[in-house]
Each structure stands twice: as structure tokens, then as C-alpha cells.
Design a protein around this ligand. Structure first.
Ligand code: NAP
Length: 308
């Protein structure tokens, strides 16, 4: 068997690298296995204004790289590899890539969650140029502007309310005639005078020059299409947690998130889940980094109590 790390971290986003930094700083041997580049979803964000310590904001790619360097400073290693299977059931946890197997006495799952896309032409290219997936992150760029918000669930309504406090107008587009969101939101939604709801409607196309300047809206009942001018589109149609690898080993909730509370412990001893991939109320960079610190602390105690 190759080297057995004290801690294997699967995923190099803010939760993963913070856990790696804390664990390495505590003297544990740590490897972060990451597919592409540090930062996870955060690395795709052009400007982050709500991570403390950066008074002028910071781009997500830079912040991801800084978090990686911060962990490596204390001896954490980064291994670039695409993990295709895991075995968490024994005392030694295993991550399998096509070429290698990595072993850990503990493992931290930090694989994140990806926002669902609408699947429109140019959606990817216009991301950050008028297409957004996080109202709390990017809403403030639309002060005094008109935005379209797609979705009808709890996140969509919460996002519509967040945007309504900044934007001049929020046009909420929902594909049915009733919201999936809890009724508890109705009052706030009715009271927000700058939110208009377009029922039975879907965004079928993006209008753009350098940036988005409108959407093509289709009414699902009449089939009519119209061009709606706007400055930006927020897509809030749910997320897909990256948990396919763990089915049958880790307990997942009905939406596919790893069941883990504030302690980050999962149903399996020695396996922890941090950041967006676990069940939690607020999915933000600061909450992911906080999880990382907690997981490292839990692991120190676990390893001390389970000396081989
Ligand atoms: P969600 O509940 O799955 O809602 C997704 C919404 O997007 C639905 O309205 C759905 O429409 C719509 N949608 C999905 N695919 C679409 C597509 N391709 N085109 C257009 N619309 C599409 O997701 P969520 O709002 O992110 O919430 C996820 C979980 O977190 C839920 O369990 C939710 O209750 C929970 N949550 C709770 C709170 C809270 O309690 N404060 C806040 C946020 C989230 P349909 O309705 O027609 O399916």
C-alpha cells in the first residue's frame, strides 16, 4: 500500500483547502485531490465582495489560489486527479483515480454543488456577463437595474427578495402557475412592490451584445414569445450536489446532499463533509471555510482516539 495520509481531502474549494490548512498546521499529513484548479465554484466568480479581508473585493480564481498556497505553506500536498470511485467503508479510506489509489486514515468530502443551468445557447459564455447563479454574491452589481430571476422554489423566492432590495425591478419567471416555495414567503413577496411574476413562462433565449441585454420569454400556455429587456438574468432552479460517487456509502438527503450537521461528521466514522456538499442552510464561502476548520478539529480528536 502507498503512503497512508492522515487526511485525504476530496475537492479543492474553500472548504477543502481550509480543512487542509488547519489539519496540516496541526501536524497531520494531508493531501488534497483536485480535478482541475483550486477554488471550486468560487473560482468561476469574477468578483467576490462578501469574503472578509478584501476591502476592494477579490476574484474567485485568485482567492482559490491563495487558499491553496495557504494550505501548502504548512505542508499540505495537492494531487491533480479525477477521482472515479471511493471506498470509505474500511478503516483506511480509498480514493481511486484512473491511474492511482490514494489512502487516508480519514477523508474530508468537499466536492461542492453545481448550480443547475438553463441549457441555453451562450449561457456558459455569458456567465458573469449578465448570467448569474448566486444572487447573494452578484446581486449588488445590479443596483438600480432590471433583472430577470428564473425559478419558483425557496431559493428563487429568497433570491428575488434579495435582488429586490438592490435592483430597480425584478421580473420573476416561473414555468408553472404556482410557486414551489413555502407559503411563508408569500407575504414578503406581495409586499415587495418591485417584483413582478411572469407565470407559466420560460426563458428560451438570451439577447446580448457584450453582455446580456434581454431574454426571450415564452408563455407555456399560449406559446407566445416576447423579448424582455433586462440587465441581467439570475438562474435559481436548484443545485446538483456532486455526490454520485458516494451513493451506497454515505447517507444522502432527498436532494442528494450528504447528511452532516455543524460537526461535519457523516454516517461513517472518519468521513467528514464540508461546504456546499453537506446539508446546511447557508451555502457561502465563509460557511464552507468554517466547516473546514471544524472538520480538521474533529479529525484531530478522532485520530487521537483511534491511534493505530
Ligand atoms: P427546488 O426547490 O428544487 O426548486 C427549483 C425551482 O426551479 C422549481 O420552482 C422548479 O420549477 C424550477 N426549475 C427547475 N428546473 C427548471 C428549468 N429547467 N427551467 C425552469 N425552472 C426550473 O430548488 P431550491 O429552491 O434551490 O431549493 C432546494 C432545497 O433547499 C429545497 O428543499 C428547498 O426547500 C430548500 N431551501 C429552503 C430554504 C428555506 O427554507 N428558507 C431556502 C432555500 C432553499 P417547478 O416548481 O415547476 O418544478
Amino acid at each position: 500500500m502507498n503512503n497512508v495520509y492522515d487526511v485525504l481531502v476530496l475537492g479543492g474549494g474553500p472548504g477543502g483547502y481550509t480543512a487542509a490548512m488547519y489539519a496540516a498546521r496541526a501536524g497531520l499529513s494531508v493531501a488534497v485531490v483536485e480535478r482541475l484548479a483550486a477554488g471550486g465554484q468560487m473560482a468561476l466568480t469574477h468578483e467576490i465582495d462578501n469574503y472578509p479581508g478584501f476591502e476592494d473585493g477579490v476574484d474567485g480564481f485568485t482567492l482559490g489560489a491563495k487558499m491553496q498556497q495557504g494550505a501548502e505553506r504548512f505542508g499540505a500536498q495537492t494531487i491533480y486527479g479525477d477521482v472515479q470511485a471511493v471506498d470509505f467503508l474500511g478503516n483506511v479510506k480509498k480514493l481511486h483515480t484512473q491511474e492511482e489509489t490514494y489512502y487516508g486514515r480519514t477523508v474530508i468530502v468537499a466536492t461542492g454543488a453545481n448550480p443547475r443551468k438553463l441549457g441555453l445557447p451562450m449561457e456558459w459564455e455569458l456567465t458573469g456577463k449578465g448570467v448569474h447563479y448566486c444572487a447573494a454574491c452578484d446581486g449588488m452589481f445590479y443596483r438600480g437595474k432590471t433583472v430577470v430571476l428564473v425559478g419558483g422554489g425557496n431559493s428563487a423566492v429568497a433570491d428575488a427578495l434579495t435582488l429586490s432590495r438592490v435592483a430597480k425591478k425584478v421580473i420573476m419567471v416561473h414555468r408553472r402557475d404556482t410557486l414551489r416555495a413555502s407559503k411563508i414567503y408569500n407575504e414578503a413577496l406581495n409586499e415587495a412592490e418591485n417584483i413582478e411574476i411572469r407565470w407559466n413562462s420560460e426563458v428560451k433565449g438570451l439577447q446580448y451584445a457584450e453582455r446580456v441585454n434581454g431574454v426571450v420569454l415564452r408563455n407555456n400556455i399560449s406559446g407566445e414569445e416576447e423579448l424582455l429587456a433586462c440587465d441581467g438574468v439570475f438562474v435559481s432552479i436548484g443545485r446538483n450536489p456532486a455526490t454520485e460517487l458516494f451513493v451506497g456509502q454515505l447517507e444522502l438527503d432527498e436532494n442528494g446532499y450528504i447528511v452532516a450537521g455543524e460537526s461535519t461528521t457523516t454516517n461513517l466514522p472518519g468521513v467528514y463533509a464540508v461546504g456546499d456538499v453537506r446539508t446546511k442552510a447557508v451555502r457561502q464561502i465563509v460557511t464552507a471555510t468554517a466547516d473546514g476548520a471544524v472538520a480538521a478539529h474533529e479529525i484531530e480528536e478522532f485520530l487521537a482516539a483511534n491511534v493505530a
